[in-house]
Design a binder for this molecule. Structure first.
Ligand code: NAD
Length: 304
């Protein structure tokens, strides 16, 4: 059976690997954290020592890497994927912004390898359930070739025909999602300071016009119970917001909301680093001397 390559098995890549294996695919996995690659690949022979070795053994290779620099290193660095003898199609599920996506696509094209830009949304829960939105841009034949694999992890949508368009859409989505989470953190902390029950607040927001992905999902799942285990590092969300700001700045557009949200997440990344992005609520709690959730309230008990 032809193997599917997968490079990067972190918070997102690992549940994707699990789903692909359960769908009957054999994987060839690489990650700089070897133990992680072993966990994702199943048996030891499914682990490759370098991106190039993945490209020697698989025609289609998926990437789920943290940053633009990591994608560059994997694609064109030493023992890079572009040197692989077998690889024909690279499907990049990482969030790296339109500029680097175009740059990497050109480098692969020189080697006769097609690159699809395919960032995802839906977080770790979406990766586990196979419900990620996959925003693909590239050629229609390339999309059709990747579609059966992408349908294992989510809902692939061809959003454009040029690399970088999927990235642009993903950055805009994460700008909206980051805005909602940062704003909800401040609103919830202020509400608790006003003596309101956080569970009741969420119930009311969720049938009112303040409803958003933080009130419906992130706060009930990871904040009220103080688990902070949603599965996205704060530094990575700031990377996305910063990439979106750079995209806006490239048009010299004076976008005040984008600038304010970038500042909020810049501070969060400096203080929280690799902690889960839902911890941003701590920054709003601290000056008010409050804690959102944790103490079982009537509404919280009703949820569990
Ligand atoms: P992560 O940091 O948990 O995982 C990245 C993995 O890549 C790690 O296992 C790391 O060891 C590996 N890696 C790093 N550099 C490497 C290299 N040079 N060669 C090989 N492996 C390397 O990140 P994640 O949360 O899984 O996110 C992956 C991508 O998906 C990011 O671009 C992120 O922005 C995007 N994304 C994440 C989420 C989420 O909720 N976590 C949601 C949507 C999109």
């Amino acid at each position: 059976m032809t193997r599917t390559g997968l490079i990067g098995v972190g918070n997102m890549g690992l549940p994707m690997a699990r789903r692909l294996r359960e769908s009957g695919r054999e994987l060839l996995v690489h990650d700089i954290r070897t133990e992680r690659a072993r966990e994702a690949g199943g048996a030891a022979p499914a682990v490759a020592k370098s991106p190039r070795e993945v490209g020697d053994g698989a025609e289609i290779v998926l990437l789920s890497l943290p940053t633009p620099d990591a994608v560059r290193a994997v694609a064109t660095g030493m023992d890079g994927l572009a040197e692989g003898r077998k690889v024909k199609l690279v499907v990049d599920l990482s969030t790296i912004g339109p500029t680097v996506a175009r740059e990497v696509a050109a480098a692969f094209e020189e080697k006769g390898i097609e690159y699809l830009d395919a960032p995802v949304s839906g977080g770790v829960p979406g990766a586990e359930k196979g419900t990620l939105a996959v925003m693909v841009s590239g050629s229609k034949p390339g999309f059709e070739r990747a579609r059966p694999l992408l349908e294992v992890i989510g809902r692939p949508i061809l959003v454009g025909d040029a690399p970088g368009q999927g990235q642009a859409l993903k950055l805009l989505n994460n700008f909206l999602s980051a805005t909602a989470l940062a704003a909800t953190a401040e609103a919830m902390a202020l509400g608790v300071k006003a003596g309101l029950d956080p569970g009741v607040m969420l119930d009311v927001f969720n049938i009112s016009s303040g409803r958003n992905t933080a009130t419906t999902d992130k706060f009930p799942r990871s904040v009220l119970n103080r688990r902070f285990d949603y599965g996205f590092r704060t530094v990575l969300l700031h990377k996305d917001v910063r990439l979106c700001k750079q995209f806006g700045d490239s048009f010299e557009a004076p976008f005040g909301v984008l600038a304010a949200v970038d500042r909020a997440w810049e501070r969060a990344a400096a203080e929280l680093g690799d902690k889960d992005f839902t911890c941003i609520v701590e920054l709003a709690e601290r000056p008010l001397g409050v804690v959102v959730g944790g103490v079982p309230s009537t509404a919280n008990r009703a949820r569990s």
